[in-house]
Ligand binder design. Structure first.
Ligand code: SAM
Length: 330
């Protein structure tokens, strides 16, 4: 079970974090760098010795700096959510909108946590003026004791990871983060999806994807990019243009749209890297596979390549056999 952070967002990688972590395991690096940390679930599960975690959303950075500086502790969170939860219940949910207004005026981290855990579907959305605008989840008893305990434990766990490692959190654009990258770093990039939605802190274009690529390559660092490869309707062609000289590993992931089981949509997720990942193939080979109509999911058989020594041994055995002459033929 991965470590779950207290903040939620629609792009959270909780379901893919084990797969991503298994690909990081064999890679050497001095510092973990995330230009788009979001909830931070990936970096917190990798638990690097040293990390630079950044995002353009100031509320995320302020929240994690609050945990790091111990301004936000599990005890403070417990008390705050218990008290505010009572007001939410007493007003049949109306209090949510009071907290939202207060947060949009003052930006307090505990209010951010309150909204993140009681909004509709755990979404993180900001309007054009940078105001948080997600409606209430319509559960006035949202902060019942069980959930408060769960969130309190999540804060405690993340606080421990931050304390054990050397974590730096910075609110800055990805370009500034990439300017700080060194060749011995591992950059894990999970940018917003192109054209999926436009949010004050969360929009993305082809030009930005190109800058991301160019700056990573320029840094000479190892990188892993999380992105989508394809679904029933579309293929992410940027993998074959902008990221054409990389390796790609894929994993099928199911999303639910609404409550019905029939609305289950499969998405092929990708990890694109300059490192040879478990079950990865060159991006160019993936393009050939898909052009032939083959599945983009890479089969288990490709997992371990035959080491060169073994191939050599087989050749030697083969040569010996052909050279062997039975005694009787002399
Ligand atoms: C897909 S989410 C990352 C999700 C994260 N990996 C997780 O599991 O929670 C993308 C993040 O990029 C941030 N972002 C968007 N544009 C950015 C930019 N230009 N520079 C830095 N961060 C940006 C958003 O605020 C958002 O948190």
């Amino acid at each position: 079970m991965p470590l779950v952070p207290p903040i939620k967002s629609q792009g959270i990688k909780t379901k893919l974090v084990d797969w991503i972590a298994s690909n990081v395991e064999d890679t050497q690096f001095d510092r973990w760098v995330e230009p788009f940390m979001g909830t931070g679930v990936v970096g917190f599960n990798i638990r690097p010795k040293k990390a630079l975690m950044c995002d353009s959303n100031p509320h995320i950075i302020k929240f994690y700096n609050g945990i790091k500086n111990k301004e936000i502790t599990s005890a403070i969170v417990k008390e705050f959510l218990t008290e505010e939860g009572k007001k939410l219940l007493a007003t049949e949910g109306e209090y949510y909108y009071e907290v939202r207004k207060r947060f949009n005026e003052k930006g307090a981290s505990l209010d951010f946590l309150f909204l993140s855990r009681s909004c509709f579907n755990g979404m993180m959305r900001f309007n054009r003026k940078g105001g948080y605008n997600v409606p209430f989840c319509k559960k006035p008893n949202r902060f019942a004791q069980a959930l408060v305990t769960k969130i309190t434990n999540q804060v405690k766990n993340i606080a421990q990871v931050i304390e054990l490692g050397d974590f730096t959190f910075k609110c800055q654009d990805f370009q500034t983060t990439l300017d700080e990258v060194q060749a011995t770093d591992l950059v894990y990039a999970d940018p917003p999806y192109i054209g999926r939605h436009v949010d004050y802190f969360d929009s993305w274009s082809e030009a930005e994807e190109q800058i991301l690529h160019d700056k990573i390559i320029e840094s000479d660092a190892k990188y892993m990019l999380s992105t989508w490869l394809s679904n029933k309707y579309r293929t992410n062609e940027f993998i074959f243009s902008i990221w054409e000289n990389s390796n790609i590993a894929t994993k099928e992931h199911f999303y639910h749209v609404g409550a019905k089981e029939s609305n289950r949509n499969a998405m092929n997720e990708a990890l694109v890297s300059n490192v040879i990942l478990r079950n990865s193939i060159p991006t160019k080979d993936m393009k050939l596979k898909m052009d032939k109509g083959e599945s983009p999911l890479i089969s288990q058989e490709k997992m371990y390549e035959i080491p060169p020594q073994l191939t050599l041994k087989l050749e030697e055995e083969e040569t010996e056999k052909t050279m062997y002459k039975p005694r009787s033929s002399k």
